[in-house]
Design a binder for this molecule. Structure first.
Ligand code: AMP
Ligand code: MG
Length: 404
C-alpha cells in the first residue's frame, strides 16, 4: 500500500493546466484567467447624475431657496448638448450625462417643480459635485483589472462587460468523460434480473463534475468485455480532456479494465492506505489523463474527492486544488481497529455561527452504503489506529458547496 499523499502527488505531478484559449464572457464563469486584463475604456464613460433631480451650478444654490430657469430635460442615454449658465438648470434623470456648465445635482425630493413649468424652486444649498458620478471613478484606461490566476466570478465578468471586453484568455473548462464498467449494471429502469444492480456511479460522478465546474460527458456503460472496454476508453480519450471510469480496478477475475488500460495506456495501479477507496489507477492514454476509480459507490465518490477533483482543478488552472481542512468536535466516538489505513468517515453536521463544526456519524460506513455518503456534509479524517471519543476534536473535509 502507498500513502494517500504519495498517490495524490503522483497524480498531481502528471497533470498540467490546459493551454489558454480565447473564451467569450458568456462561457467564462468560474474559469481561471491565463493573462492579465488591462482596461482600455473609462467607467463611468462621462460625468453623470446618481439621482433624479436638477443639474445646477452649485454656486446658484448658495442663497437657497432659489428659483432657477429650467432649460429642458436630459434622460439617461441622451447626449447633454445644452450648456447652462448662471440662474439656469436642467431636469436630469439617473445615469444621464451632466450638461455642460452644471457641476451639481439637487435631488428631486428637495425641489418644487410642476411639469411643464419653466422654473423650479431649489430648496437646499448643495456643494459642487453633489450627486455627480465622475468619469473614471470606477475604471480608467490602463488599469490592470485582473491578473492571471483570477477565478472569474459574476462581479468580475460584470466589470469586464462594463469596459467592453467580450472575451478573455483563460484555461478552458476541462471536459471529463464518465464511464461505468461491469456486466451487472443496468441503467434503463427495467426490472432487475438476478445478479443485476442499477448504475449509480455514473450519476454521482457526472453530478460531482458539474458541481466542481467541469463539463461532464456521459460515456455510458462498458460490459466486462475487453473489446467493449477498449472502445469506450479510446472514444473517451479522443472526445474528452480526461476520463473517469469506475469499477474493474481491483483484484476480480473479470476486471478487464486493468488488462485493457495496460495495453492502450500508461497506467499505475495503486493500493492506497485509505478506507474507503483503496484501489485506484491513474495514467494516460496518449496525453489524456485516465482516473480508474473503484466500483463501490462510496469509494468512487471519495476517490473522486481525494484524487480526481484536485487534479482536474489543476487542469482548470486553479491554484487552490484541495478543499480546506477544518477541525470539528465529534458527538459520536469515531475510529476503528488499526488496519494501517486512514479512514475517511461519512459524517453529518454543520458549522455554528462562529465557524465551529459539530459532527456525528452520517450512518452506515460500508463502501456500498451510498445513503450515508449522500447525507454526509463532511468526511472525518481518522488516522490509522486513532480513536476519537465523543467531544474530541477531529479533522474534517467539508463537502458539497464548501469550496477550496
Ligand atoms: P468492481 O471494482 O468492478 O469489482 O466493483 C466493486 C463493486 O462496486 C461491485 O459490488 C460492483 O457491483 C459495484 N459497482 C461497480 N460499478 C458500479 C456502478 N456504476 N454503480 C453501482 N455500483 C457499482
Ligand atoms: Mg466490476
Amino acid at each position: 500500500m502507498i500513502s494517500h499523499d504519495e498517490a495524490r502527488v503522483h497524480v498531481l505531478d502528471r497533470v498540467a493546466p490546459a493551454s489558454p484559449a480565447t473564451i467569450s464572457l458568456g462561457d467564462a464563469a468560474g474559469l481561471v484567467l491565463a493573462g492579465d486584463v488591462v482596461a482600455t475604456e473609462t467607467v463611468p464613460p462621462f460625468d453623470n447624475t446618481a439621482m433624479d433631480g436638477f443639474a445646477v451650478i452649485a454656486a446658484d444654490t448658495a442663497a437657497a431657496p432659489v428659483t432657477l430657469e429650467v432649460l429642458g430635460t436630459v434622460a439617461a442615454g441622451a447626449a447633454a448638448d445644452t450648456r447652462i449658465g448662471p440662474g439656469q438648470c436642467m431636469r436630469i434623470m439617473t445615469g444621464a450625462p451632466m450638461p455642460p456648465g452644471a457641476d451639481a445635482v439637487v435631488m428631486v425630493e428637495r425641489t418644487r417643480y410642476d411639469e411643464p413649468a419653466a422654473t423650479v424652486e431649489i430648496e437646499i444649498t448643495v456643494p459642487p459635485g453633489n450627486h455627480v458620478r465622475g468619469a473614471g471613478e470606477d475604471v480608467r484606461p490602463g488599469d490592470v483589472l485582473y491578473t492571471a490566476g483570477t477565478v472569474l466570478s459574476a462581479g468580475h465578468l460584470g466589470v469586464l462587460a462594463s469596459v467592453g471586453v467580450g472575451a478573455v484568455e483563460a484555461h478552458p473548462r476541462p471536459v471529463v468523460g464518465v464511464l461505468s464498467t461491469g456486466d451487472e449494471l443496468v441503467d434503463d429502469g427495467r426490472p432487475l434480473r438476478p445478479g443485476e444492480i442499477r448504475d449509480s456511479n455514473r450519476r454521482t460522478l457526472l453530478t460531482m463534475l458539474g458541481e466542481s465546474g467541469f463539463d461532464a460527458v456521459d460515456l455510458g456503460i462498458a460490459r466486462d468485455d475487453e473489446t467493449e472496454i477498449e472502445k469506450a476508453f479510446l472514444d473517451g480519450a479522443r472526445r474528452c480532456d480526461a476520463v473517469l471510469s469506475s469499477g474493474g480496478v481491483s483484484m476480480g477475475a473479470f476486471d478487464y479494465v486493468k488488462v485493457v488500460l495496460d495495453r492502450i495506456g500508461d497506467m499505475r495501479w495503486m493500493q492506497i492506505a485509505i478506507k474507503p477507496a483503496k484501489p485506484f489507477a491513474f495514467g494516460l492514454i496518449g496525453d489524456t489523463p485516465i482516473f480508474g476509480l473503484p466500483g463501490n459507490p462510496v469509494s468512487s465518490m471519495v476517490s473522486y474527492e481525494l484524487f480526481a477533483r484536485p487534479a482536474l482543478r489543476k487542469m482548470a488552472g486553479r491554484a487552490t486544488l484541495h478543499r480546506p481542512i477544518r477541525v470539528a468536535r465529534t458527538e459520536d466516538p469515531l475510529g476503528r481497529h488499526d488496519d494501517g489505513k486512514t479512514h475517511f468517515l461519512r459524517v453529518e453536521g454543520e458549522a455554528d455561527r462562529h465557524g465551529r463544526w459539530h459532527i456525528r456519524r452520517a450512518g452506515g460506513q460500508g463502501s456500498h452504503q451510498l445513503t450515508a455518503m449522500a447525507r454526509a456534509t463532511a468526511l472525518a479524517i481518522v488516522p490509522p489506529g486513532v480513536e476519537y471519543g465523543a467531544g474530541d476534536e477531529v479533522e474534517i473535509i467539508p463537502l458539497g458547496t464548501v469550496d477550496g
